[in-house]
Design a protein around this ligand. Structure first.
Ligand SMILES: Nc1nc2c(ncn2[C@@H]2O[C@H](COP(=O)(O)OP(=O)(O)OP(=O)(O)O)[C@@H](O)[C@H]2O)c(=O)[nH]1
Ligand SMILES: [Mg+2]
Length: 308
């Protein structure tokens, strides 16, 4: 992407154009190096509060977000939602449904998009961080990030957010195991969703015990379907965002910057190194030699990393 195109994106985003904002995020999703130029020129801000909502597929993350967003907007917030699309046909469908619902109804103060968790050179966390940062610079004060699962993926996401909340539900049945496995050391708060379903009280009680033992934030119960508990969650998010703006966690901002620079440097390093080694063509030739048993895999790798 050339300078004048990048310039157009920056001018558009600064004027509040959603078209340029969408384009910028798509471009960054494909090529993170574009973000270097964008972030160098869009004004910095520490006003955006990033909240990660994670949990197993079907636990109700999108339903909760769909309930929260209009309420947060009513309270004067501009809200962006980034959904990390796990590229599965089932969840992808659910995400698209929510995108339509949230995106069309709420106008200028809401932004929704999914980010593919495949393909990006810096991994999902890198791309999410950059998209969130661009949204923050575009004036969104609350950035909600929906991610699936409780494995490596959202451990990364907890690094990229100011707070990460884990949704559990009595239906999924593995909530108590997750609590026992120490998930509270990774996430900041547990929400028991589907509190209209049997077993929710017991799950909440166990979450409370664990939170007390580990000095964690108080778990909360919610029904994203019926609306119970939504008021309380909205109030907690608004209060957390207020505190965050009043005294931003500069340590977290710095660590994020360190990770961002490191990730980009790794990408550039790899790109440069592979270029010096002759790129894909050279690797293909080495692979042919390995398959003809002329050299070993170790020798092929050594020849790549020692090139230049
Ligand atoms: N009974 C009940 N059902 C709920 C509640 N919240 C969500 N659901 C239902 O649970 C199903 C999954 O909800 P989603 O919001 O798509 O869940 P998700 O966590 O976003 O799922 P993925 O994006 O696929 O990981 C839907 O059928 C919702 O209607 C709730 O509080 N109570
Ligand atoms: Mg979802």
């Amino acid at each position: 992407m050339d300078d004048s195109e990048i310039n157009d994106l920056i001018v558009g985003i600064s004027k509040g154009s959603r078209r340029e904002l969408a384009r910028a995020i798509t471009v960054v999703e494909e090529d993170e190096s574009v973000a270097d130029a964008l972030l160098a020129r869009l004004p910095e801000t520490t006003c955006a509060f990033r909240l990660g909502l994670t949990g197993a597929p079907g636990v109700g993350k999108s339903s909760l977000i769909a309930k929260l967003v209009p309420r947060l907007i009513e309270n004067g917030e501009r809200v962006a939602v980034l959904a990390i699309d796990p590229s599965s046909p089932i969840t992808g469908g659910a995400l698209l449904g929510d995108r339509a619902r949230i995106g069309t109804d709420l106008g200028e103060d809401c932004w929704f998009r999914s980010i593919a968790s495949r393909g990006a050179t810096g991994g999902v966390a890198g791309c999410t961080d950059l998209a969130a940062e661009i949204l923050a610079r575009a004036g969104f004060g609350l950035i909600l990030i929906e991610t699936v699962g409780v494995g490596q993926l959202e451990v990364e996401i907890t690094d990229e957010t100011d707070q990460a909340w884990l949704l559990l539900s009595p239906e999924s049945g593995d909530g108590i195991q997750l609590l026992k496995a120490g998930v509270l050391e990774v996430v900041d708060r547990v929400l028991v969703n589907k509190c209209d379903r049997p077993g929710a009280d017991e799950l909440l009680r166990r979450a409370e015990e664990m939170a007390h033992d580990q000095n964690g934030l108080e778990p909360m119960a919610v029904s994203s379907l019926q609306g119970d508990g939504i008021d309380e969650i909205v109030a907690v998010i608004l209060e957390s965002a207020r505190k965050h703006r009043e005294s931003p966690d500069l340590g977290a901002v710095r660590s994020r910057l360190v990770r961002r620079i490191r990730r980009r440097a790794e990408q550039e390093w790899i790109r440069k190194g592979l270029g010096l080694a002759g790129g894909t063509k050279a690797i293909e030739q080495l692979a042919d030699r390995v398959s003809r048993q002329e050299i070993s895999i170790q020798q092929a790798i050594e020849s790549i990393v020692s090139a230049g």
